[in-house]
Design a protein. Structure first.
Length: 301
């Protein structure tokens, strides 16, 4: 059994986060895509059906109504749940490749681990909601002040939100792996990140910016082509979405948005996971103890 040529538990400098993210992606991209497609086939199909259903009920000229609001809200809930489930699957996938250092597992292993820990996911989401209510005032103040700083403010706000996302992510993994209980994981996460929080935030922001730009281009080009075809060949107008082709187009748009959310979740987990392992290593020094243990076993042999 060949082990992955990638070191998870080590200290990294700013430039190494981006390089290691790219290196890890090269190793796992094909395998991860296959596993995630098998796991999320049903949610994506469900989103396509919801999009098609909405397209049969409304068109561009539809007036606002409670029923319209309800259906769009329902579609948004389905999309959010799909993205959250994809995020959970990606986390379990990351933990499997870190622990096994191989790609010799499949979607059944990811599903089994996710199912065994689903109670932790639900409890953490509940706690995170409460924490978010408490943190909304300082986050709102920073957001408000950043609006008045041209360009630099938007970049700084992006880094700030990246740090917030990383804080939540590390808090969950510390809870998920049993380092802390639910009441302490947020403070423990802050403690692990605070010494290099700005560096971690920049690394996360740079990686997020890279794959957001790439995903935007991937989505933009087919969207423009479909739009041009619809406009020139299919007589695009306000009644277009009443036609069969219009409904298919809306359904494809819903599935494309779902796939975008899934891929974004997967890439975010991989980038956050690398930072998490570095922060955890600096706090707990597990890699040092593992190497000492291996040396001890070698000498004993």
């Amino acid at each position: 059994m060949d082990l992955m040529d990638f070191e998870f538990k080590r200290e990294r400098k700013l430039g190494e986060f981006v390089q290691d993210f790219i290196n890890l992606l090269k190793i796992i991209l094909g395998h991860c895509a296959k596993v995630m497609i098998r796991l999320l086939f049903v949610p994506v199909c469900l989103m396509v059906l919801v999009s098609y259903y909405i397209s049969t009920k409304y068109n561009l000229s539809a007036e606002f109504s409670v029923d319209l609001f309800f259906n769009i809200g329902f579609a948004f809930i389905i999309l959010s749940i799909t993205a959250l489930v994809a995020f959970g699957f990606a986390i379990e996938y990351f933990l499997l490749i870190r622990d096994t250092r191989t790609l010799e597992f499949d979607e059944r292993d990811v599903w089994r681990n996710f199912k065994e820990n689903i109670a932790k996911y639900i409890r953490f989401l509940s706690a995170a909601f409460i924490v978010s209510i408490i943190a909304v005032i300082p986050i709102g103040i920073v957001t408000f002040l950043s609006v008045f700083i041209p360009l630099v403010g938007s970049v700084g706000l992006g880094i700030f939100y990246a740090m917030i996302g990383l804080w939540y992510f590390c808090a969950f993994l510390l809870y998920r792996e049993g380092y802390d209980d639910l009441t302490d994981c947020f403070l423990s996460s802050f403690s692990a990140l605070r010494k290099r929080v700005f560096e971690y935030g920049i690394a996360s922001y740079v990686v997020s910016f890279l794959f957001q730009s790439l995903l935007s281009l991937v989505v933009l080009i087919p969207s423009l082509l479909i739009g041009l075809i619809a406009y020139n060949s299919l007589e695009f107008n306000s009644d277009f979405f009443n036609t069969f082709y219009g409904r298919i187009l809306v359904s494809c748009g819903g599935s494309l948005l779902t796939l975008f959310s899934i891929v974004y979740a997967m890439l975010a987990v991989m980038s956050y996971g690398i930072i998490y392992e570095t922060a955890k290593e600096l706090k707990y020094g597990e890699d040092i103890f593992e190497k000492i243990s291996k040396i001890g076993r070698s000498n004993h042999g």
